[in-house]
Ligand binder design. Structure first.
Ligand code: SF4
Ligand code: SF4
Length: 113
């Protein structure tokens, strides 16, 4: 993956793909068991922004997730498709990780330079 393709970008408006497509196993305010893949996070507002952004209640794993060009710069549909593919790739391995992480393999793929 090239540096440009994997560079950090701004989160795109009206997306929310990473708050829908991915399993989150750590507790989220309003979702104490986390959420399943494909389930909308209850903290996602009508404009698909995180209502916890900048607040201490925001899960650590969400803080660690950084928008990347390859994932985020091509629109919400592209982001959703990419994340759904990653979810399918990493789901079996995720059973081996403790709570507190989004599927760890997906995080590595999405955050490694
Ligand atoms: S997938 Fe990227 S652009 Fe979409 S909400 Fe997540 S960080 Fe933002
Ligand atoms: S807490 Fe915020 S960043 Fe994390 S999944 Fe929910 S809406 Fe997205």
């Amino acid at each position: 993956m090239s540096e440009a393709k994997n560079s950090i970008v701004d989160c795109q408006p009206n997306c929310g793909a990473c708050c829908i497509a991915i399993t989150i196993s750590s507790a989220i305010p309003g979702m104490p068991q986390g959420k399943l893949a494909g389930e909308h996070c209850v903290q996602l507002d009508a404009a698909r922004r995180c209502q916890l952004f900048g607040l201490p209640q925001r899960p650590q794993v969400c803080e660690q997730f950084q928008p990347r060009a390859e994932l985020c710069a091509h629109g919400p549909l592209h982001a959703m498709q990419q994340l759904e593919a990653l979810e399918r790739l990493t789901a079996p391995a995720a059973k081996h990780f403790d709570s507190g992480v989004i599927h760890a393999n997906a995080i590595v793929l999405l955050t490694t330079d």
